[in-house]
Design a protein around this ligand. Sequence first.
Ligand code: NAD
Length: 263
Amino acid sequence: MEEQLKQIAQWIITSKRVVVFSGAGLSTESGIPDFRSPGGVWDKYNPEDFYFQNFIASEASREKYWQMATEMWEPIKAAQPNQAHLTISELEKLGKLDCVITQNIDGLHLKAGNSEEKILQLHGTAIFVSCLSCKKRYDRDEIQERIKKGQMAPRCEVCGGLLKPATISFGQTMPEKETQAAYHRSSTCDLFIVIGSSLVVQPAASMPLVAKRNGAKLVIINRDPTPYDDTADLVIHAQAGPTMASLLEYVKKGIGIDHEPTI
Ligand code: NAD
C-alpha cells in the first residue's frame, strides 16, 4: 500500500484539478451506517418503501419514511468528521482540491472545514427539511421536535405541503445546479479520487467514468470492490480514515512541508 499511496500523492501534487468523490463509506468511521454494508440501512429497511412516488402518494409511506429518517438523524446529528474528512479539508487548504462531489447528506465535509463553495451535495442534505410545495426550509431539529410530540408525517406551517428532509430519494429529481456542476468538474479534472462509495447509485456513479473518458486518472479507495475497479488507474481496498491520513502525509512530504509518513 505504501507504494500506491506515494503514487497517488505524486498525482495529487502534479495535478491541476483534483476532484474527490465521496460516499457513505467515508462517514462510517464517524458512526453513520452506510446503506449496503452488512448492518447498513438496507439490512433493516426495504429501499422500495422509500421511493419518492410512494412518499407523495400515501400517508402510511410518509410515516414509514419519517420513522427511518428519524432513526438516521441521531447519529448524523452527533457525528464528527473523521480523519478522511479532515484530510480532504487539508487538501483544500493546500490548494489541491478543485471540489468534493459528495453523495453524503450528513454535512460532515462542511464540519471538517471544507468551504461551502467547494462542496457539491448531489443528494442534498439531512440538516434541513423542506416543503415540497412552497420550498420553505426548516431546521431539522425543529421538525424532529414536532415528530417527538406525535406528528408522524409533518406538514408545512405556511402552505400545508408535505415536509421532507432536503435529501434526494430514489425517483426524486436530482438538484439541477449541483448535478450540472458535478458533471462539468468531472469532465474537466485531471485526477478523480473516489472514497467510500459502492459506485452503484446512478447517476452519481457515472461520474468516475466521465472523468476517466475525459482523460483524468481515476483512483478508488473503498473497503470493498466496486464495478469500476477494473477501469481505475489505481485501487486501494482499505479503511478510508487511516488511508487518507497516510496519503496526506505523503502529499505534505512531497511538497516539502512535513516529516516521514507513518503507516
Ligand atoms: P453504499 O452504502 O452503497 O456503499 C458504501 C461503500 O463504502 C461500500 O462499498 C463499503 O465497502 C464502503 N465502506 C464502508 N465503510 C468504509 C470505510 N470505513 N472505509 C472505506 N470504505 C468503506 O454508499 P454510497 O455509494 O454512498 O451510495 C449510497 C447512498 O447512500 C448515497 O446516495 C448517499 O446519499 C446515501 N447515504 C449517505 C449517508 C451519509 O450521508 N453518511 C449514509 C447512508 C447512506
